[in-house]
Design a protein around this ligand. Sequence first.
Ligand SMILES: Cc1ncc(COP(=O)(O)O)c(C=O)c1O
Length: 449
Amino acid sequence: MNMKSENTMTGQEMVALCKKHTLFSWSATNAVNPIPWSKAEGIYFWDTEGKRYTDLSSQLVCTNLGYGNQHVIDAIKKQVDGIAFAGPNMATQIRAEVSELLAKYTPGDLNTFFYTPAGAEANENAIKLAKQYTGRQKIMVRYRSYHGATAGAVTLTGDPRRWPAEPSIPGVIRVFDPYEYRCTFNANGCEGCSMPCVAHIEETIQYEGPNNIAAFIIETVTGTNGVIIPPTGYLKAVRELCTKYGIMMVCDEVMVGLGRTGKWFTVDHWDVVPDMITMAKGLTSAYLPLGCVAMSDKIAAHFSDNVFVGGLTYNAHPMCLAAAKAVLEVLVAEDLIGNSERMGKVMAGLMADLKEKHPSVGDVRSLGLFGAFELVKNRQTKEMLAPFNGTSEPMNKLGAYLKQNGISTMIHWNKLFCCPPLTITEKQLRETFAILDEGLKITDQAVEG
Ligand SMILES: Cc1ncc(COP(=O)(O)O)c(C=O)c1O
């Protein structure tokens, strides 16, 4: 993650050997065309030919501090010279320090943490905690969601990445999402709406038996399924439903926690305190892998006297915790959450301008530096520019144009993501959006009607 390349291979050699000996996530090896990296700094990385890319998606929305942050690098180096590893049932100073610090930033009484290797395992352990705490078996989730690729987490996932893993773990119930642009319940949008999306959740709870449901797990703002921001009042209403029926409200903030949306945690936008928050990615800004379940005092108290039946060899790994502590320090010292909020406003303006200008932009959504364009063939019918669970020539061409012009970002079906590192400046945002402006001319050509 620092400036200097240690490559002794050419880019071609790297790609050939990586493709020969490794599988790539969610891909057929012959279809991948990975960029061979040479170095990275700030919001940029370079390929082995010296071409620079702006990282508009912070890789998988995880490199929140950008590349080469010296404070984090130094903290990791210091930790490896000290206690590089201690077993999960040992006490270490770094475990004590980072947990005390994190508790200052997590909302309400979420003061106790169970650390995991990454996001999926955080959700796996949230399920375990909820089931053991409530004595109930079922878990409620939403269709437009992603919660990780391990057996349980991929079952919680509503999107098609779940399909090949099915039937997978039993007892998962699904409800529809509060997706204003394509609402299942009200085509007129959220303004003045009585939120039938919430009534539908309560009806589902009745049919499934309230006393059977251990947890309702939601992405506070849905990520890969399209930056779906719930309407004002939704999260509070879900909180009330969960309280009414004794269901643990678990907010998956693996993507949106730790400043991504301009607050420490995204639930803070609506002043809601869930029973648990899961996090990963931004927790270490991807300098090392780490996930975490934050739980309320009452859940933690339960496990003071009852055994938590769950464990991981790398629970509370000191190296990863050292990275997390340094990241928390940098977020504060450099006011990056404030920057996410301020630059988020600039980015929202730039996105709105492009929506105005380009007929292929059906909708733009963002909160802080978490944004996505939703591209359509026709603004009236809202026909997607790539189908559900598919790709299309215009979306592929847009991706190729951006790559050619030095922009790296996530494209998922008909969505283009704008989630740069939280360190981005206004100048950098404007430079990036000038390229997006040109790129969207390609998708405009596919507009019909
Ligand atoms: C919302 C959400 N939850 C969970 C995960 C899984 O995290 P990991 O890939 O670290 O296991 C992801 C990953 O993208 C995610 O976006």
